[in-house]
Design a protein around this ligand. Structure first.
Ligand code: AMP
Length: 361
């Protein structure tokens, strides 16, 4: 096996994207003695409060080159970074995860094709590039179905449900006339995710299977562990493991899945970065998802992922974060605020994790 070149504490980690994920990543990296430098177009972004910040566009090659010169390794907290920017950086500094994995995660059609090729079940799906495609695809999936833009969707944005009585005339144009995928509706019992990390030596460590409860298409609560049987748990873990291996991936990857009543576990989407459903791990696991990113991309041994307690993570959306004083009054609640100046409906402002230690611990 080739020698692994370790990026030692004291080095600088470059992070593409400056939201709350970048902020929590920078905090974890700083605990291990690393510096962080954010590349994010938006001024005063959450991560800029805790790390150096280059405020420039992803098409600004001079700024990208200067950033590459200032850092020892690059990772990302936002998957929609243009591939051209990632490739430019990769000529100068290691980028982990790399452009190939990112390209898969950026496009739902690529993602589903990739998963299916790796032997992982997804919803029945078809690419849709025109209204005629949509009609044919619907004949294949049947109703209900969900039409999603192939790129740039999140938290239910860029999605349109097609119910038995939905009139689909002109729907492709109403979606913006952009490349889409049509997915058959999966009649699931619950949603789970598994976060897997893979290090430079190929070692893989998965966090426990967690259960995700959404409200208005946004993650509301994560329950750790997920309320699933050992068989379902093992299936979810195996899907995450197989996905990260097939991608030849370095870093942390989230795999979101549907669990069906008949025991099927169906992959929904992957995220090539720390994930909202892993926030519990800051307070509830031996190693947090953010520390695990640092370990994986710097060639360090991966940390233990086990939970130290059962946990519930609740997102603070919009004005829910105004309740910070009441949350702090509960001495067991672990409050995290992202430092966003402006609260808007649907905006993730913070989260709170509650630990339920076992009586014998
Ligand atoms: P996504 O942006 O693909 O993660 O979808 C957001 C949410 O919409 C998911 O977490 C599910 O609750 C729901 N959803 C998405 N796709 C499907 C599907 N094919 N069948 C059933 N529900 C879906």
């Amino acid at each position: 096996m080739s020698e692994i070149s370790v990026i030692a504490p004291g080095a600088t980690i470059g992070i593409l994207g400056g939201g709350q994920l970048g902020r929590m990543l920078a905090v974890a990296a700083s605990r291990l003695g690393y510096h962080c430098h954010i590349f994010e177009p938006q001024a005063d972004c959450p991560a800029s409060h805790v790390a150096a910040h280059t405020a420039a566009g992803y098409d600004d090659m001079a700024a990208l080159d200067a950033f590459a010169a200032a850092v020892d390794v690059v990772t990302l907290e936002f998957e929609n970074v243009p591939i051209a920017a990632v490739e430019r950086l990769a000529q100068q500094v290691p980028v982990r995860p790399g452009a190939a994995a990112l390209a898969v995660a950026q496009d739902r059609a690529e993602e589903k094709a990739f998963l299916n090729k790796a032997g992982i079940e997804t919803a029945p799906w078809a690419p849709v590039l025109s209204q005629a495609d949509l009609e044919n695809a619907l004949a294949f999936t049947g109703r209900p179905a969900v039409l999603k833009t192939a790129r740039l969707g999140y938290d239910g944005k860029g999605q349109s449900a097609i119910r038995p009585d939905t009139n689909i005339d002109g729907l492709f144009d109403r979606m913006g006339g952009v490349a889409c995928v049509l997915e058959g509706f999966v009649d699931f019992d619950l949603e789970v995710s598994v976060l897997a990390a893979r290090g430079l030596d190929g070692e893989i460590a998965c966090f426990e299977t967690v259960e995700n409860i959404h409200r208005d298409h946004i993650l509301h609560r994560t329950l750790v562990p997920a309320r699933v049987s050992p068989e379902i748990d093992a299936r979810a873990q195996e899907i995450a493991r197989r996905t990260i291996e097939a991608l030849d991936y370095i870093g942390l990857l989230a795999v979101e899945m549907f669990v069906c009543a008949d025991g099927r576990v169906v992959a929904n989407e992957i995220a090539p970065r720390p994930h909202n459903s892993g926030h519990w791990s800051i307070d509830g696991a031996t190693t947090s998802q953010f520390e695990q990113v640092v370990r994986a991309i710097c060639g360090l041994p991966l940390g233990k992922t086990q939970r130290v307690a059962d946990c519930e993570m609740r997102n603070l959306i919009g004005d829910e974060a105004d309740d910070w004083a009441a949350i702090l009054a509960d001495p067991g609640a672990r409050l995290h605020l992202y430092g966003k100046a402006e609260s808007r409906p649907g905006r993730k402002m913070g989260h709170v994790t509650t630990l339920f230690p076992k009586p014998d611990r």
